[in-house]
Design a protein around this ligand. Structure first.
Ligand code: AMP
Length: 181
């Protein structure tokens, strides 16, 4: 769903570094680290995420390992909400549930602490970038298993030509600040 405005989209695109053939040949990696070097730029990105999330009547923000941890905690704090971590397998110390999902080659697992979300809580799932949607979908499955409701997904970048939002729409709408068609 394209609700971003042109100004913020340009700001994101102008401050992203595209690294070709990283981490392997054929991938154009969208490096968001330059956004973080400029506090004025990262503040505007955070503000745009806050404006989107505020009316959603949320109970928590869920961030995906690891670049969902860059803006996710600030977003949660701005809205006075808990921040919940979805992490790669083996990183969370207490009782977890796990979901396995397919990668282009092989599979990976994500985990969440069992006590991080309570039944009926409305959450926003956040990551830096939506590609195929596999990672966000797996995160949504974890939230659902704990009885949470997904209000929306929010990304900084959507590689829309990979149709990730399509994968997610059975759970909730997706919002992105910058879309690459
Ligand atoms: P996917 O599960 O295919 O939607 O992939 C999303 C995850 O992989 C996110 O955590 C992104 O940070 C990362 N990712 C995938 N493709 C790219 C890319 N071209 N540039 C930067 N990060 C990417």
């Amino acid at each position: 769903m394209k609700v971003s405005n042109f100004e913020i989209e340009s700001l994101v695109k102008n401050n992203i570094r595209e690294v070709v053939d990283f981490p392997k040949a054929g991938i154009s990696f969208k490096d968001i680290t330059p956004l973080l070097l400029d506090p004025a730029v990262s503040q505007r990105i955070l503000t745009a995420l806050i404006e989107y999330a505020r009316p959603l009547n949320l109970d928590a923000i869920v961030g995906i390992d690891s670049r969902g941890f860059l803006f996710g905690p600030s977003l949660a704090r701005a809205l006075d909400l808990p921040f919940v971590l979805v992490r790669k397998k083996g990183k969370l110390p207490a009782n977890t549930i796990e979901v396995e999902y397919d990668l282009e080659y092989g599979s990976a697992s994500l985990e969440i602490h069992k006590d991080a979300i309570k039944v009926g809580e409305r959450v926003l799932i956040h990551d830096d970038l939506l590609a195929t949607g596999g990672t966000a979908k797996a995160s949504a499955q974890l939230v659902k298993q704990l009885g949470g409701e997904i209000a929306a997904f929010a990304f900084i970048v959507d590689l829309a030509f990979l149709n990730g939002a399509e994968q997610l729409k059975t759970f909730a709408p997706s919002f992105s600040l910058a879309i690459y068609d």
